[in-house]
Design a binder for this molecule. Structure first.
Ligand code: ACO
Length: 173
């Protein structure tokens, strides 16, 4: 819990947010999933070191399509993403993101991104060729192709089992 709280604080600081959007207590009260990348070879007290994290979750949203019509959708959303300052631009963000895409069985253009930073927009453009956005009136960003291949959240029972499996899995190496 301390690690999740500290990660949330570091991410908020990096994004100049007034308060963390990720904390252990919030993780207990919602259905978000957090992926943590750990360097097992680092040796503070022999426990390794956290490289960064990625938090995702399904959210019901109203989004505009390219004809400015409202659509009610429930996409997987990128909610918080942070790699330690000393390790950014070394490919760790991509490693974590790829792992998440594979586990969640989702394609990059099917995601909605909550208030992406400039760094994240550049990241998505570079690694996934996501560039053209569909303008929205909320804080979420979606990209061209979002409506072409709608991704639905797994059924509640399946989602519950996937969540408990994710929680039981060791952090990706
Ligand atoms: N300036 C511009 N682009 C950057 C920067 C930067 N300082 N850092 C990363 N990028 C983008 C670039 O496209 C870069 O490619 P390049 O070096 O050839 O220009 C690419 O990301 C590098 O890819 P990775 O090494 O795989 O990414 P990284 O490990 O740095 O992780 C992340 C990307 C998570 C955005 C990281 O830079 C970070 O933690 N930034 C600070 C916090 C932040 O902005 N998080 C996103 C908030 S928005 C949200 O979470 C919904």
């Amino acid at each position: 819990m301390t690690i999740v709280d500290e990660l949330g604080k570091a991410s908020a600081k990096a994004q100049h947010l007034p308060a963390p959007i990720t904390s252990a207590s919030r993780m207990q009260s919602n259905r978000h999933v957090i992926y943590v990348l750990k360097d097992t070879s680092a040796r503070p007290a022999g426990k390794g070191a956290i490289v960064g994290f990625l938090k995702v979750g399904y959210k019901k949203l109203f989004v505009l399509d390219d004809r400015e019509a409202h659509n009610e959708v429930e996409p997987l959303c990128i909610l918080d993403f942070y790699i330690h300052e000393s390790l950014q631009r070394h490919g760790h963000g991509r490693e974590l993101f790829q792992y998440m895409l594979q586990k969640e069985r989702v394609e990059p253009h099917q995601l909605a991104i909550d208030r992406p930073s400039q760094k994240l927009l550049k990241f998505l453009n570079k690694h996934y060729s996501l560039e053209t956005t569909v303008p929205q009136v909320n804080n979420f960003v979606i990209f061209e192709g979002f409506f072409a291949h709608q991704h639905r959240p797994p059924a509640p029972s399946l989602r519950a089992s996937r969540l408990s499996r994710a929680a039981a899995e060791p952090a990706p190496a």
